[in-house]
Design a binder for this molecule. Structure first.
Ligand SMILES: [Cu+2]
Length: 186
């Protein structure tokens, strides 16, 4: 199956959400990322993402929180409202924490026309939390490591039935042109 197509425009969550989560993108770095390594001025390197170009690895912390309208948020966002960009071939490690009261999970799936009704097989080996369908309860943690071995557009979505469709997903772009990992807000 081809995996490199560009999906249609992702719905944005609207201006209100953008205001709510703007502070989540405050950078702990001393300056903006190298402009030669980023395709868009919107790219950021938030404190929760640590990129190591020498080791060709990136680690990021993801937290699920209660959303104002029902569906939970992932690092303050939902409905693809942020996109993590990772260079092709890098090692990805995430630390995931469920700070909501309901059970949630996370799995990397190839972006397609329709969101899945529940999480399925991950796009890459180990690119998921434990208990993808049942979810991990409030306070749950998960850490995993996988290789971003195929370029394309992916979802980082909650695998609990109905959750991704309700908006519990962000984007993951595996980019052969990128020189470092970054985050884009949409
Ligand atoms: Cu969920």
């Amino acid at each position: 199956m081809p995996r490199l197509w560009r999906p249609r425009a992702i719905r944005t969550a609207g201006p209100t959400l953008g205001l709510v989560v703007a502070s989540a993108f405050a950078s702990a770095q001393s300056g903006p990322p190298d402009s030669s390594a980023t395709a868009s001025p919107a790219a950021e390197t938030p404190a929760w993402l640590v990129s190591d170009s020498g080791a060709r690895s990136v680690s990021f912390s993801l937290e699920v929180t209660r959303g104002p309208e029902g569906p939970a948020l992932i690092n303050g966002r939902r409905e693809g409202g942020l996109q993590i960009v990772v260079p092709l071939g890098w090692t990805v490690q995430w630390d995931w924490h469920n700070a909501d009261s309901a059970a949630h999970s996370l799995v990397v799936m190839v972006e397609r026309e329709k969101l899945p009704t529940e999480g399925g097989h991950p796009a890459f080996t180990n690119a998921m939390t434990r208990m993808v369908s049942a979810g991990l309860p409030a306070g749950g943690h998960d850490r995993t490591t996988f290789t971003a071995e195929e370029a394309g557009w992916y979802w980082l979505l909650c695998g609990v039935p109905g959750h991704a469709i309700a908006g519990e997903y962000i984007g993951l772009r595996i980019d052969p042109e990128a020189r470092t990992a970054s985050v884009k807000a949409k």
